[in-house]
Design a protein around this ligand. Structure first.
Ligand SMILES: [Zn+2]
Length: 189
């Protein structure tokens, strides 16, 4: 069976899992992530790649998706322009109707299991995964991203300016891990 797109009709979804795939345009992601960090911003560096599968039980839809996108941002410590790749697997249970409607049996069961109300809703026969997956990405982006999110390393420039050890008299810079030993040596002298 050919994969579905990110928008489909209830009738397109079988009871056995059916694949879907697609892209969320960079512009469409920017609509929700721009402004998250003020001027430092988050901006999509390309479309969000989405693959996943969906199956149906009566009118409840079980969605599992993997989203991947590269976003640019400015380090909140040193302002360096950076980018990070976000890759996440997400799950959603979609039930028909508006959020404030009475709960279906499966909703009540889900509430009992998870103790929360973490369900999504769709209106009518047409399902659009884009707003849902966009929200997932928004929630997964770090709120105070630094160099570490981009490189898995330290924030080099920040440390150079604020955290460099005081220079020893006439000595080359010393690895800060040796500082306690140097102190001891001074005392013994
Ligand atoms: Zn930095």
């Amino acid at each position: 069976m050919t994969p579905l797109g990110l928008q489909f009709k209830l009738d397109d979804v079988p009871e056995d899992p059916r694949a879907f795939q697609g892209e969320i345009a960079a512009d469409a992601l920017d609509e929700v992530i721009t402004g998250l960090l003020g001027d430092l911003g988050y901006t999509a560096r390309g479309p969000v790649q989405v693959t996943g599968s969906v199956y149906r039980s009566k009118r409840d839809l079980f969605v599992e998706a993997e989203v991947q996108v590269q976003v640019g941002y400015g380090c909140v410590r040193c302002l360096d322009p950076l980018s990070l790749t976000l890759k996440r697997r997400v799950r959603h249970l979609l039930v028909p109707g508006a959020r404030d409607d009475g709960k279906s049996a499966i909703e009540l069961a889900e509430d009992e299991v998870t103790g929360d109300d973490d369900l999504d809703h769709y209106d009518g026969e047409r399902i659009d995964l884009v707003p849902l997956l966009r929200e997932d990405i928004l929630l997964e982006l770090p709120m105070n991203p630094t160099c570490e999110e981009a490189t898995a390393g330290r924030c080099a420039r920040f440390e150079a300016v604020f955290e460099s050890p005081a220079p020893e008299e006439d000595a080359a810079p010393v690895d800060p891990r040796w500082a306690p030993l140097l102190e001891l040596k001074k005392k013994l002298n």
